[in-house]
Design a protein around this ligand. Sequence first.
Ligand code: AMP
Length: 300
Amino acid sequence: MQVFTKISELRKAIEEKREQGCSIGLVPTMGFLHEGHASLISRARRENDCVVLSIFVNPTQFGPNEDLDRYPRNPEGDLRIAETNGADFVFMPEANEMYPRPAATRISVSGITSLLCGASRPGHFDGVGLIVSKLFHIVKPHRAYFGMKDAQQVAVVSRMVEDLNLDVEIVPCPIVRGEDGLALSSRNVYLSPEQRSQALVLSETLRKAPEWLAEVGGDTERLKARISTRIREMPLADIEYVEILTYPDLEAPSAEVESSWIIALAVRFGSTRLIDNRLLTRDDLAKVIHSIPMQVAKGE
Ligand code: AMP
């Protein structure tokens, strides 16, 4: 495994791989790696000849009052996880390597960034779009791996790739959870034991959601209310949003179920903001909402 801090050196090494006919898989991260990141790296390992892992706490996706300065870091631990899971190249640039001067170019996906995390984190997805575009141009990967933990990010990056005809396949990867059900996140280290135990309510409500959806006859407003009520039973939980939308277009679900739905949660525990979600496919929905006419998808 080789570690790079300079764009030019990484480019040269990747160029040699590409000339040998290697397929390139990219896993973009902000470090403090855990099993969720490891699952992305090992999937990229299985599906590509050369795996590039980027570790960069990207300042442009943090708001002025967010946790950029205290974002957890552990470069030595990250390199161990990278190596164990089969990364070939690790790219760990300093901020001034990626942004020698503030970028004047904006990558802004409209519509789907105005709700969920985009509503409370203005500019966040512009920062994501910018850094992901920069990484795509530097690495020129055949495939890029993203976790469904950040489902809105997957939707935004996929839309950017579609709109700009970028020649990269976005590979969404399932959410990895701890044994207790909590979705793994670098930010979980901020949680006190009490906050952590109350935070289990997120995965608990998502686990029960299909059953609850059946009980309320497919009424998404009633399901949101039921989830919110359960989360509010936790005294340390402060709800930012509980939403049910179509996925990946993030529109209000209609009676005719044409696409997957996402149940998306953002809840604060003290100063720590946690997100979690569950995707319900049309087949999942058909099992629980018998009263809703399922529209036959094109081609079926
Ligand atoms: P981050 O370092 O938090 O920016 O995450 C880097 C990538 O890892 C993103 O694509 C995340 O969605 C993904 N990721 C983070 N946590 C998880 C998890 N628990 N399961 C699956 N993927 C994850």
